[in-house]
Design a binder for this molecule. Structure first.
Ligand code: AMZ
Length: 236
């Protein structure tokens, strides 16, 4: 089970939102690279960095900060948020992102995903941000259209294997993972599921592992000290 801390960046700061609402935000640090190094030293396998300004289309972005963060650590960094063109994908790879996470673009331009998956399928993660079974895009403010099963089948037919499954109404809430949705997504043969949203305890991590998720994203639980990566790594 890979343990993946989330570093969500807004206006240069490390923040956590509740249910993706930019008006409901806690700021944890003004130094994302320092936080990245802290999680690396604690034993994180991968870092999950989200450019929230870009995801929420605030006309700002944190690309330079993310680029410095990638340079500051020796573990793989996957980058999400606002990567919505082939150029933006290539820019992230040129800055040594290990993988890119695609939401809006995947649903709005599936043909581009088909094209890029031919060369870089192993480095593309498709984001399934769901609320009540509906996949959300554009900063979680728009419904994408396809059902979860349709999305997984479509992107798997293109050679994508890895999916980030986030339950929007659990994100930042510490209310436990959405086991029903995560086990449904894990039931697609060959799909690797990264579980995200609501994880608050070691038991939650053991549950998502037992239903077949390959990785878990830790957010608020780490920042608030409910969980430590050292303890998690020792137990799972
Ligand atoms: O918190 C939010 N409102 C939010 C968020 N965390 N909106 C989008 N995102 C994340 C998704 C996904 O990983 O979980 O941004 C990524 C998708 O961005 P885009 O720009 O590709 O749709």
């Amino acid at each position: 089970m890979r343990i993946i801390p989330a570093i969500d960046i807004m206006d240069g700061n490390v923040v956590r939102l509740r249910k993706g609402n930019p008006d409901d935000k806690v700021t944890y640090s003004n130094n994302p690279s320092e936080i990245a190094k802290k999680w690396e030293i604690s034993g994180a396998d991968i870092l999950h960095v989200v450019d929230l300004d870009a995801a929420l289309s605030t006309n700002k972005n944190n690309i330079e900060i993310i680029s410095k963060l990638i340079e500051a650590v020796n573990i793989p960094v996957q980058v999400a948020g606002g990567i919505r063109s082939i150029e933006a994908i290539n820019e992230m790879f040129s800055k040594n992102a290990a993988k890119v996470v695609l939401g809006t673009m995947a649903y709005k331009e599936p043909d581009s995903i088909r094209h890029i998956a031919k060369k870089k399928g192993e480095k593309i993660i498709v984001s399934i941000d769901q609320n009540d079974g509906k996949i959300m895009i554009s900063g979680w403010r728009e419904i994408a259209g396809p059902r979860i099963d349709e999305a997984i089948n479509l992107f798997m037919s293109m050679g994508i294997r890895e999916f980030l499954v986030t339950s929007v109404d659990r994100d930042g809430m510490l209310t436990g993972p959405d086991i029903l949705t995560l086990s449904y997504a894990s039931s697609f043969p060959g799909a690797r599921i990264i579980a995200s949203g609501g994880i608050s305890s070691i038991e939650d991590i053991i549950r998502v592992r037992s239903i077949g998720c390959s990785s878990v994203i830790l957010g608020k639980s780490l920042y608030d000290g409910n969980l430590s990566i050292e303890k998690v790594k020792a137990l799972v």
